[in-house]
Design a protein around this ligand. Structure first.
Ligand code: SAM
Length: 237
């Protein structure tokens, strides 16, 4: 997958140089291209923002450098890649959106800053994405959250599909509790079933824990219509 990022602060993307995303980039499974919006200004001071029409506080990013950056990125492409604007007003990001975006060959992320971007860039945008109902300083952190979670689902990034299919939200529930060595830590024991080597019982236990945990912490996630009779019985226990 190719990921193009339009930002005023390319240096902020260094977290994508570590861990799993780094390995995916080293193997060319994920290619990340950073574009500094400032490089696409025509004015000699490389100005990227201006006062808002109608007055008010803060500065607004100008549309022109972003149009120029997009023209540059898309110049030889037959099809414009899906273009995402990071904005608090966008659709709230979740695992479902990540799964859908992971199917694309190329994605373009536009990161706002200051008071946001001139509304006239909307003709370039295919979808608007928010990471939650709060405002952060710029789209960079938000884009990194989305990029990290989408990248994990690109084939080859994780060692197996199970790595993300068994995680929270994939099947609509939270993940079951995990344990590792030692068997007893400060008088706390690993549940017996996990030491039994009996795969069917382990799976049953995990499903039960997953249902219970979701019911306790995030009951809003449970879609009762989709639960099997076995699941419903487990929840009632
Ligand atoms: N004036 C804007 C408003 O009230 O909606 C907020 C601008 S915010 C300070 C600057 C930039 O940060 C936005 O253009 C957007 O790119 C990014 N941003 C802030 N909060 C975000 C969120 N919850 N999700 C995605 N992007 C966000």
């Amino acid at each position: 997958m190719v990921i193009d990022i339009l930002t005023l602060f390319p240096e902020m993307f260094s977290p994508l140089e570590y861990s799993i995303i780094k390995r995916a980039r080293d193997k060319d499974i994920i290619k990340i291209n950073l574009y500094n919006i400032r490089d696409f200004t025509l004015d000699k001071h490389n100005r990227v923002d201006d006062y808002p029409y109608g007055g008010g506080s803060g500065m607004v990013m100008m549309a022109d450098p972003i149009y120029r950056a997009m023209e540059h990125i898309c110049r030889d492409k037959i099809k414009k890649p899906r273009t995402i604007l990071m904005t608090p007003g966008g659709e709230k990001f979740n695992q479902g959106t990540a799964k859908e975006l992971a199917k694309e060959e190329e994605l373009i992320f536009i990161c706002g800053h200051y008071e946001g971007i001139d509304e006239r860039i909307m003709t370039l945008i295919d979808c608007q994405v928010s990471i939650g109902d709060y405002v952060i300083t710029g789209g960079e952190l938000a884009a990194m959250v989305v990029i990290d979670s989408v990248s994990r689902m690109v084939p080859g990034v994780l060692s197996s599909k199970e790595s993300y299919e068994e995680e929270s939200f994939f099947d609509g529930l939270l993940e079951y509790p995990q344990y590792t060595r030692p068997e007893i830590y400060r008088d706390m024991k690993v549940p017996e079933v996990l030491l039994s080597g009996h795969h069917e019982n382990v799976n049953k236990w995990r499903r039960y824990q997953s249902l219970k945990k979701t019911y306790r912490l995030r009951p809003d996630l449970i879609d009762y219509g989709k639960l099997s009779d076995k699941d419903k019985k487990m929840l009632l226990d």
